[in-house]
Design a protein around this ligand. Sequence first.
Ligand code: MLT
Length: 271
Amino acid sequence: MSCWPMRKVAVRGCELAVALEGQGMPILFVHGFPLDHSMWDNQIEAISRDFQVIAPDLPGFGGSSPLKVESQRMEDFADSLGELLSVLGIREPVVFCGLSMGGYIAWQFWRRQSDKLRALILCDTRAAADSPEVAQQRITNADRVLKEGPDFFADMMIPRLFSPRKLAENFYAVEKIREVMRRTAPQTIAACLRGMAQRVDARPWLGEITHPTLVIVGEEDALSTPAEMEGIAAAIPNARFVKIPQAGHLAPLEEPQAVNQAILEFLQQLR
Ligand code: MLT
């Protein structure tokens, strides 16, 4: 269940569900894998007081129509988001805020949709491609999800997404996120696992990104570590780096106040 009225928009043969709240400079929030727009509920609420927030469910996720491809490329997600903005009539370039897989898509959005991009916010993501071992594990998991469904995958992912303390305290959002994963179609999970396994190394592009950029990481993120994200921020000429205490990979959900403050400070300076 979404907290927000979701608009349905036809984009490249897919019906996308999108939350549209607030007015002003447009901020596009792109969720991680295998999640949906609701991971940004706290940000939608806080940021839409002063800005226009656009928070879609990516093709295949949440309320959007299922993915039918075997492998979903990050390039195609980026192009769908570009078209979504056109269909919505959003002509002003957006601040693209992506978490993890949303960050993999951000690199492609920067390459392919640069006329639509004002600034970047990269949360808990990576620029490097998968190692051969990680890519192989994704292919194995894709096959298994298609055979067994998403439950085993949700059980495997959950401990990696939250800080140990949030898991131990049974933080309310842990079960919410598990449910979102369980509801995600096996075909979507498999297609994205294959697409992420094939994604290219974005590190050579970092020095060319001239857009204002904010890099945010949970201090206890074990998937995209603070050291790795600090390296990303150092390689992007116009980037600021913010580390969020007591948060893991899902920092915007775990510590929304600290993340919202960092985002709002960054956005105020763009105005
Ligand atoms: C995510 O949160 O989007 C995933 O951890 C991305 C990945 O599996 O690399």
